[in-house]
Design a binder for this molecule. Structure first.
Ligand SMILES: Cc1ncc(COP(=O)(O)O)c(C=O)c1O
Length: 325
């Protein structure tokens, strides 16, 4: 397929998933801007909010589905997700002409279910109070739907193309936009996909240039990505920050490319997201608030640092929890 799209930012490498579809071409090529709340250029924000469904998950949906649907073997796609991945899969499946079935917990926010339904997906809301492994758990339901339909299961929790797409796409963009000056890369982890893939690319390029970039993963306080990373005892998993943290490690977390983990309390993540909007006009979600608060800590601790932080999604999906609307 050919593409003649001019890049939105002048420095973006071509998309590794070229398409002639005018809507899908809006994915990626997101801006890297200075965070207005610090000295200009010391904290840089990679605005994944500029993707069509307002999160970085559009990239994995595009990368994974364009390859899975290419040979015509599947006409239906299925995913289990309580968050941005579901909306992104619904959006990309719509443009690629596939049916889409999604299983999510019934605690999923109305805004996120809105994205799924807006693009015509069939949504299965599953009880949120059942343990993983229970037949009614949303991941079991997705598994069953995929088997019954002979459908393609995206499986962002195990699919190596999740970090792989970010290695091919987000990492090169970050390096092209900030590689000449970045000393640190900071990002929230859930499946670990965006930070792992981006970090691998950035670390490889930095090593080739004879430089060091320190990669810092951000976890919730009551979560077990950090405990797995440092080989510590697990803690009870409990966070209100959507997308941040996990009950344990996953194969999509490429710890080899991560140097350090820091934990952020829920209240700090929410407060930072509010401050970003109210004082600086940048509407971001709470997981981005968590990552941004760590990026600001590093810029305080190290006056010569230039910290790139990933803004995974926008605040409009959290108007209720962030601003009481
Ligand atoms: C809002 C938000 N922030 C952060 C993350 C973590 O991204 P990843 O799964 O690539 O680690 C997610 C993923 O679900 C998310 O939806």
């Amino acid at each position: 397929m050919s593409t003649d799209a001019a890049p939105r930012t002048n420095s973006a490498p071509a998309s590794p998933f070229p398409t002639d579809d005018p809507v899908l071409r809006l994915i990626g090529d997101t801006p890297l801007i200075s965070y207005p709340g610090t000295d200009r250029g010391r904290v840089l924000c990679k605005l994944e909010t500029e993707n069509p469904t307002r999160s970085m998950k559009d990239r994995i949906a595009m990368g994974i589905l364009s390859e899975a649907l290419a040979d015509g073997e599947y006409d239906t796609v299925v995913e289990a997700s309580s968050g941005n991945t579901a909306g992104a899969v619904a959006f990309v499946a719509n443009r690629l002409g596939a049916d889409c079935k999604l299983a999510c917990p019934d605690s999923t926010s109305r805004q996120k279910i809105g994205y799924m339904k807006a693009f015509g997906a069939e949504v299965h809301e599953c009880p949120s109070d059942v343990e993983s492994g229970h037949p009614d758990h949303y991941r079991s339901v997705a598994q069953r739907l995929a088997e019954e339909e002979g459908a393609f299961l995206v499986d962002q929790y195990h699919n190596q193309s999740n970090p792989g797409v970010h290695y091919q796409w987000t990492g090169p963009e970050i390096w092209g936009q900030g590689g000449d000056r970045m000393t640190h890369l900071v990002g929230a982890m859930g499946t670990g996909g965006i930070l792992s893939g981006s970090a691998r690319y950035v670390q490889e390029q930095a090593a080739a240039a004879g430089r060091d970039v320190t990669v810092i993963g951000v976890d919730a306080k009551q979560s077990n990505i950090s405990t797995a990373f440092y080989g510590k005892e697990p803690v009870p998993y409990d966070t209100e920050v959507e997308g941040l943290g996990k009950g344990g490690d996953l194969p999509t977390m490429w710890f080899d490319y991560i140097d350090e983990m820091r934990d952020v309390a829920d209240e700090r993540a929410f407060t930072q997201a509010r401050t970003s909007a109210q004082e600086h006009g940048l509407l971001i979600g709470p997981s981005a608030g968590a990552a941004l608060s760590v990026a600001l800590d590093i810029s305080e601790e190290q006056p010569d640092a230039t910290v790139v932080t990933i803004i995974c999604d926008g605040g409009e999906q959290y108007f209720d929890t962030l601003f009481g609307v």
